[in-house]
Design a protein around this ligand. Structure first.
Ligand SMILES: C[S@@+](CC[C@H](N)C(=O)[O-])C[C@H]1O[C@@H](n2cnc3c(N)ncnc32)[C@H](O)[C@@H]1O
Length: 296
């Protein structure tokens, strides 16, 4: 079983649905930023969306049909595509937390709920505006597997974006083969009832899609406060030959991955809520491995 943090014990149901994990409380913001950051109360939304419903969404026919310059205008012409994908990104805490740590890495959140995805879109736009003239922090890092960049890094938050999308149905429409280095499933909806397990975002079929999009050596990060779901994800991932378990201690030997882990554990709205409520977290990470093809 993965790392456990926090003080509460045993299986638990999710706590108050009205607590949005601090999405209304942007940390370390000045008065100007506060005045234009969107307020969660203006984006009312049901707590859950049914991933099997027809959400009347439009999708790109394939990743090649996406014009990434509309998402990341400051990177237009660089040929870059997203390397980090946050599936079920909720209110966008991970993207915002990692954006300034990896200013040259494009990151994309996928979120099925319309109002929540709109909130994140507005939040990113507001952050881009308010930070447009500020330099990145001195501790920012290039992607761990990238060569040093020769061009100046665009301003803060230019490297994050979101799509309203049902990842269970259309994940491959967004990400080409071996394009991702990090894939996040942070506090995914637990779908407690057995008859609802098919709605869980980690399953053998979906793992094949995730493996296709990940580079060899890329990492899937999972974390949950629901013990039963942690066990479910572990069983699915350990049962897939395309992934191997990698311990937190090993990942932390790489400074960049250490920063990612800190954000995974404590940077999202849901993770902060679990901490406030004294809950436990189960972290488990898996590396995409190469599998030799059998000669026919
Ligand atoms: C419990 S929240 C966690 C949000 C965020 N990862 C965090 O840690 O704060 C799970 C999110 O996944 C979204 N979600 C559920 N199923 C999804 C799907 N099939 N595609 C995209 N997003 C989905 C939900 O709408 C919800 O916002």
């Amino acid at each position: 079983m993965g790392r456990q943090t926090g003080s509460a014990t045993g299986k638990r149901k999710r706590s108050s649905k009205k607590d949005n994990g601090g999405a209304d409380r942007p940390a370390k913001t000045g008065p100007k930023e506060k005045s234009i950051l969107p307020q969660k109360r203006h984006y009312r939304q049901r707590a859950h969306a049914n991933p099997f419903s027809d959400h009347n969404l439009t999708y790109p026919a394939s990743p090649a049909h996406i014009d990434w310059s509309t998402h990341y205008p400051a990177f237009a012409g660089t040929g870059k595509t997203p390397e980090f994908a946050d599936v079920g990104c909720g209110f966008g805490g991970l993207l915002i937390e990692l954006s300034r740590q990896f200013p040259e890495t494009l990151m994309l959140g996928m979120e099925i709920r319309v109002q929540v995805s709109q909130y994140v879109q507005d939040r990113i736009a507001a952050l881009r505006t308010t930070h447009s003239l500020q330099p990145p922090p001195t501790d920012s890092l290039p992607p761990s597997d990238a060569s040093p960049s020769t061009s100046p890094t665009p301003g803060p938050y230019q490297n994050i974006s979101i799509v309203r999308a049902n990842a269970m149905k259309f994940f491959p429409n967004y990400f080409p083969r071996a394009s991702l280095t990090s894939l996040f499933f942070l506090f995914p909806d637990p779908h407690f009832k057995v008859r609802k397990h098919k709605a869980r975002i980690i399953s053998p079929t979906l793992l094949a899609e995730y493996a296709y999009a990940l580079k060899i050596g890329g990492i899937i990060y999972t974390i949950t406060d629901v013990e039963d779901l942690a066990e479910w994800m572990r069983v699915q991932l350990e049962g897939c030959v395309l992934f191997e378990r990698v311990e937190e201690e090993e990942l932390r030997k790489d400074e960049a991955k250490g920063k990612i882990l800190d954000a995974v554990i404590g940077g999202t709205e849901e993770g902060k809520k679990v901490e406030r409520n004294g809950g436990k977290k189960w972290l488990a990470c898996f590396r995409r491995v190469e599998v030799a093809r059998l000669a026919s």
